[in-house]
Design a binder for this molecule. Structure first.
Ligand SMILES: Cc1ncc(COP(=O)(O)O)c(C=O)c1O
Length: 422
């Protein structure tokens, strides 16, 4: 299992050490486009895990032939900087997910930063969930605002609106809910909350590509939805991000802010920086989007298998899905109650590792307990976040895994419970 001191932590929320990234990038960029095939098994294609062929990995970065060819075309085109391919990707995304504007950028963190900068002023407060990746909070700080961490619901693990209501102040300007692990938040309840308290909503959909509620894709939810295309995400370009919005004026501003706040005359008219996406990412993105439905369907069927196979294990709980939701299954996490399961989350992780199954912990530390947050913004105890940060364990669910892998994972979890309670 990964842990904060372990280089493998990059598997979801951290970054691989530079040599690993370089090696992985070189494998992708310089593979012979004819000889390279998206492998039928997991052999040698897991970022940072090449050569470790016997384990079931948490992530697979399986760039398909069409994506490699699109990337090679870019390399041969003489234009690497943001241009036609990035525009194609944005248009394909808007059309697929039914949103008026899709503005790409360099990362999910940049997407959050741009969206926040479009609506907050220095000193404004932004409500975020305590259980999320650091970027949700760090982007708020970067935008000059104050992150206010709220507790999460004990069943859905999503921001708890009742707790959020208790943390409102005269300076609260935005609520930034996270569709954690791909489970979309309740759009109606959140919109009602935002309307009542005069807030804008920025959705963190870094883990929720293709998630929806009652058929309405999260991409089109007002006011803005932010994605990440980091190497482990459900659609992966290595790095990359996007802000979606239905608002024409906002889309213009986002596009301008990602390019130094420069207008069409080349004049610097507002605050901005270089948050542009490269053509390489745009080309891979447009190509990968064509197989996204198949990727998402495989994740869903893997998750369904685990949900059924693990349903009656004592002390093991799955994430409660928002009513009417299509979950994106970025993570399949289980909550382990040691007293009934027989061992705790870390004991299960160790047992699965011995059986050749990788796992990961998201998140070992709530935002409230992060040293920088605690020193600068401490907003009190978050008991549910604290409990989940010691009880959650993510199991492999990605789209390169088969039903046989799922059966192996489910058997190993059940055996651990049987053996530790025997
Ligand atoms: C919930 C959440 N928000 C934001 C981000 C930031 O995305 P990126 O790593 O592309 O900057 C991530 C990435 O892990 C994430 O999981």
């Amino acid at each position: 299992m990964s842990n904060p001191g372990n280089p493998k932590r990059f598997l979801l929320c951290g970054r691989p050490p530079a040599p690993v990234l370089l090696a992985a990038t070189a494998r992708i960029l310089f593979a012979d486009p004819i000889a390279f095939r998206a492998p039928a098994n997991l052999k040698g294609k897991i970022g940072g895990m090449a050569g470790n062929t016997t384990r079931i990995p948490m992530y697979a970065c399986a760039i398909a032939d069409a994506e490699i060819e699109a990337a090679v075309d870019v390399l041969r085109s003489g234009n690497l900087a943001q241009g036609e391919r990035v525009r194609d990707f944005e248009e394909a995304w808007s059309a697929k997910f039914g949103v008026r504007h899709a503005v790409t950028c360099s990362s999910g963190t940049a997407a959050l930063r741009l969206a926040l900068q479009a609506v907050v002023r220095p000193g404004d407060e932004v409500l975020i969930p305590g259980l999320t990746f650091i970027a949700t909070a760090s982007a708020v700080v970067e935008a000059g605002a104050i992150p206010v961490a709220c507790d999460v619901d004990p069943e859905t693990w999503l921001i708890d609106l009742e707790d959020a209501a208790a943390r409102l102040s005269a300076r609260t300007r935005v609520i930034l809910p996270v569709h954690l692990f791909g489970n979309p938040c309740d759009p109606a309840a959140t919109a009602e909350f935002a309307k009542t308290h005069g807030l804008d909503i920025i959705w963190d959909a870094a883990q929720a590509h293709g998630a929806a509620v009652q058929g309405s894709d999260v991409a089109g939810w007002p006011l803005m939805t932010c994605y990440s295309f980091y190497a482990t995400k459900n659609l992966y370009l290595g790095e990359g991000g996007m802000v979606c919005t239905g608002d024409d004026a906002l889309a213009d501003r986002l596009a301008r802010m990602r390019n130094h706040g420069m207008d069409h005359r080349g004049l610097w008219v507002e605050r901005g920086s270089n948050y542009r996406m490269m053509e390489l990412q745009g080309a891979i993105g447009a190509a990968q989007l064509k197989r996204f439905d198949a990727m998402a369907a495989r994740r869903r069927s893997n998750a369904r298998y685990l949900q059924n196979a693990l349903a009656d294990i004592p002390g093991l709980h799955c994430q409660a899905i928002t009513p009417g939701a299509t979950h994106a299954w970025h993570q399949f996490a289980v909550r382990i109650e040691p007293r009934n399961f027989g061992t705790g989350r870390d004991g299960l992780a160790a047992a699965l590792s011995r059986s050749g199954i990788e796992t990961a912990v998201y998140y070992r530390t709530g935002i409230n307990a992060q040293p920088y947050y605690d020193e600068n913004f401490a907003s009190g105890e978050l008991p549910v976040t604290n409990r989940l940060s010691v009880e959650l364990l993510s199991l492999p669910v990605h789209d390169e895994l088969s039903q046989e892998h799922m059966a192996q994972i489910a058997d190993a979890v059940r055996n651990t419970c049987d053996q530790t309670t025997a």
